[in-house]
Design a protein around this ligand. Structure first.
Ligand code: AHG
Ligand code: MN
Ligand code: MN
Ligand code: MN
Length: 333
């Protein structure tokens, strides 16, 4: 089999389909390189003294793990000097990060969840990185937070890395979804899956069932109907999986279908869920749609939501199209 590297894929994509401008190609390569560095740190585990808590809190009130902070720093440092970015934003930083004046600036804005699945770090379960790329308004080299408030449909690229049994990078630039596996000996990303497709139907769902008593009626109804099995209204048996790393749950869905849900619930009625729109829900929704799946907040298409705050939370229903449409319809009835 002829090996196609990430670099070669991106160059060919730029040449043949014109879907990737040179600057964006450079940006993606740099993010991929940062993910390689994070993967290396993750792989060291206790030997690299990267496990455990850092003893600080982020703007969402979550305790930061050492790897949350380290991964954030790796992404910032890797992307600052390349000249392709106007600014960055991250789950682990309260405000946006401007490119220091000593470096040239570019037209893109990068958003990331540097380390997704923090609760799994110390137990050697798959974790990852999620990123999203927006364009800065024309000529804007020092964007404000307001300039980041673009609906997900404006993303020009999105991707995630999973640090699991293998390290993989899944990427879209709006022309389908491709998966690259890190060749750890060679240090290069190799194209291993082209044009990933999520089947429209599925018999598998993912939700944190410990929150059952807090759910709103549409979610309860939807899950109850699945749990009723082959003699219930759905007429088939469903299986359940919950990894508690969104990257790993979404990666499973991209490979064999399924629906992933993190609904808003009754605990905090003014909170629209747990996951963050800008650096979790939007990039994952772009990828899922590009793979033929669907994603909503229960009421509307995720990618159409007009953001109002950098760390805005949102309810998430994504994956196999027919299932996402069903649970979204239950919210409308
Ligand atoms: P993060 O580690 O970036 O804060 O995100 C964790 C998220 C997501 O990855 C996962 O799907 C969800 O939190 C798990 O939440 P529960 O612990 O409530 O199951
Ligand atoms: Mn977190
Ligand atoms: Mn996350
Ligand atoms: Mn995170």
């Amino acid at each position: 089999m002829k090996r196609v590297s990430l670099t070669q894929y991106l160059v060919e994509e730029q040449r043949l389909n014109n879907s990737i401008p040179a600057e964006l190609r450079l940006l993606i390569e740099v993010v991929a390189r940062a993910c390689k560095t994070i993967s290396h740190a993750v792989g060291k585990g206790a030997l690299g003294e990267v496990l455990g808590s850092a003893g600080s809190e982020n703007v969402q009130g979550e305790v930061q793990k050492k790897l949350d902070i380290l991964s954030n720093e790796i992404l910032l440092e890797a992307n600052e000097w390349g000249g392709h970015l106007a600014a960055m934003a991250s789950e682990e930083m309260e405000t946006i990060h401007q490119i220091p004046n000593r470096y040239p600036k570019g037209e893109y804005m990068l958003l990331f969840d540097p380390l997704d699945g923090s609760s799994n770090i110390d137990v050697n379960v798959s974790i990852g990185t999620i990123f999203s790329v927006l364009k800065a308004p024309d000529g804007m080299t020092t964007p404000t937070e307001q300039d980041f408030m673009q609906p997900g449909s404006k993303q020009v690229a999105a991707g995630y890395a999973v640090y699991g049994p293998q390290t993989v990078l899944v990427l879209t630039t709006g022309n389908g979804v491709n998966c690259f596996t890190l060749d750890r000996e060679m240090g290069s990303w190799v194209l291993t899956q082209r044009n990933m497709q999520i089947p429209a139907d599925t018999k598998e769902f993912a939700i944190n069932a410990s929150n059952t008593r807090h759910w709103y009626p549409p979610v309860t109804r939807y899950v109850d109907e699945m749990l009723a099995g082959s003699t219930g209204p759905r007429g088939k048996e469903f299986n359940m999986r919950w990894i508690a790393s969104m990257v790993a749950d979404v990666h499973r869905i991209l490979n064999r279908g399924g629906i992933f849900m993190y609904p808003a619930d009754k605990r905090e009625p003014d909170k629209a869920g747990k996951l963050r729109l800008m650096y979790e829900a939007n990039p994952m929704s772009f990828i899922v749609e590009q793979a033929g799946g669907a994603s909503t907040n229960g009421k509307q298409r995720m990618l159409d939501i007009q953001p109002t705050a950098l760390h805005q939370r949102v309810a998430v229903f994504l994956g196999s199209k027919n299932e996402v449409e069903r649970v979204t319809q239950y919210h409308q009835e």
